[in-house]
Design a protein around this ligand. Structure first.
Ligand code: SF4
Ligand code: SF4
Length: 446
């Protein structure tokens, strides 16, 4: 019922069309927000069936939400596409290859332990020389595009990063200003451990007692954005239960896509009497790390200068999904001598979009090439991005052009400034375990 109302909010003005990356790519009405909303209406009214072509137009949507920012009528496209994707998964039987690939992705990505095993195998693949051989042999060209994309996207993670764990508690520097819980994430935890390390250190340096509840699983964002709603809600219930055990003032997330989803738990469980209040209470505490640090008030930790030019990339689920644009820039600009520049057409997606670059590799690269060209035009020596998927995707496309641009999460840059260690960034996966203050217990979590 809600979906019908939301579909009817669209007045067909077309203001969103030039902002939509897939419409920019192909100029097709059915690959624009307005066209997709028309397809949703047709499905609801039973005027069109769910054919491979119709499902394809929804699959090709990045879910970047640029259309929501552009829409003067306030159409809730995020809810519409989420509900439609679930409908696609329920009513459309995908070709066998697609089903197998999706099954493989979702049996690994939302499971940090399994991701670690895959990470160890990838390490072996890289260190044994097999990767070099495979890439040189040209055998990859025989693989389907999505498997080639997956191989190319695998980050280099060291053994130390794969096997280490986050502390369960980090004590604040000085009197506590707040008590916070940190969501460790899945891909972030395994492939970008340095981002979580930096988050813990910065929060502690700014006077927060930081807790990382053990046994955290996935938040469910990847599953929900791919129409796997039951699986996603299962993950969400698990995370809510974990955080109910630790009384905190705020629940901090440093990944844009996850943050957007965590803030939506209240809506997702609104019709479930057993979980509605619990989900609402959880979502009310969720804060993106940049949002939280700025709201905390004047910085306590001294910033050391970093002489560099950094291009800030707006992750879609931070800028469009959570409307957080100024806070990451404010934090970066609090670092002496750091020059912060914007990427032209910053409202446009980079093509990563969660699992989009795995399921729609050609479109992801087409969209991503426009982003990479804009990033290079900034002549920055460092790219700041608050979403692990964006960082991996942009760096892969840069490498394919023979360019290596360092990349870091804004919190990693802030952390480097506070510690006075210079320019961070580089290959994903690098970082250090936070130096736990003397009062921090030795217990660690996965
Ligand atoms: S979410 Fe992004 S790709 Fe999808 S219709 Fe909106 S602007 Fe286009
Ligand atoms: S801008 Fe909004 S109202 Fe106008 S066509 Fe796009 S979605 Fe519909």
């Amino acid at each position: 019922m809600a979906e019908r109302d939301l579909v009817e909010d669209c007045v067909h003005c077309g203001f969103c069309l030039p902002h939509c990356p897939t419409y920019q790519s192909w100029g097709e009405e059915m690959d624009s927000p307005r066209g997709r909303i028309d397809l949703m209406r047709g499905l609801r009214e039973g005027k069109i069936p769910m054919t491979p072509t119709v499902a394809g137009h929804f699959d090709k949507c990045l879910g970047c939400l640029a259309c929501m920012t552009a829409c003067p009528s306030g159409v809730k496209y995020d809810v519409l596409i989420e509900e439609t994707r679930a409908k696609v998964e329920r009513t459309y039987r995908r070709p066998i290859g697609d089903r197998l690939f999706r099954g493989m992705v979702f049996s690994v990505f939302p499971h940090p332990r399994r991701l670690r095993v895959i990470g160890a195998l990838l390490l072996l693949y890289a260190r044994s020389g097999l990767r070099w051989l495979v890439r040189r042999s040209g055998i990859l060209r025989l693989l389907p595009a999505n498997l080639r994309q997956m191989e190319a996207l695998t980050p280099d993670v060291g053994w130390k990063e794969l096997t280490r764990a986050l502390p369960e508690r980090v004590a604040p520097a000085g009197p506590a200003r707040a008590r916070v819980g940190v969501v460790a994430g899945c891909v972030q935890r395994v492939f970008f451990p340095g981002v979580n390390d930096a988050t813990l250190r910065v929060l502690a340096a700014e006077g927060c007692e930081v807790l990382v509840p053990g046994g955290q699983g996935c938040c469910g964002a990847l599953s929900m954005h791919s129409g796997r709603d039951e699986e996603s809600l299962h993950f969400a219930r698990g995370l809510i239960e974990r955080f109910e055990r630790v009384p905190v003032d705020a629940i901090i997330i440093n990944s844009a896509g996850c943050g957007s989803h965590l803030k939506d738990y209240g809506r997702l469980f609104r019709s479930d009497p057993a979980w509605a209040d619990r989900a609402r209470a959880f979502s009310a505490k969720v804060k993106d790390v940049h949002e939280f640090l700025v709201a905390l008030g004047p910085p306590r930790a001294v910033r050391h200068p970093i002489q560099a030019r950094v291009a800030y990339h707006d992750a879609c689920h931070l800028a469009h999904g959570q409307r957080i644009r100024s806070q990451p820039r404010m934090l970066l600009r609090s670092i002496p001598e750091l020059e912060v520049v914007d990427v032209a057409d910053g409202e446009q997606c980079c093509g990563s979009a969660g699992t989009y670059n795995l399921f729609q590799p050609e479109s992801a690269d087409e969209v991503g090439e426009r982003k990479v060209a804009a990033v290079l035009r900034t002549r920055a020596e460092l790219l700041a991005s608050a979403n692990p998927g964006c960082t991996l995707h942009i760096q892969r496309l840069l490498k394919a052009r023979g360019t290596n641009l360092r990349a870091a999460h804004p919190v990693e840059i802030l952390d480097a400034s506070i510690r006075g260690v210079g320019l961070p960034g580089g290959e994903p996966g690098h970082g250090q375990v936070p130096s736990a203050p003397a009062s921090a217990p030795a217990t660690r979590t996965g």
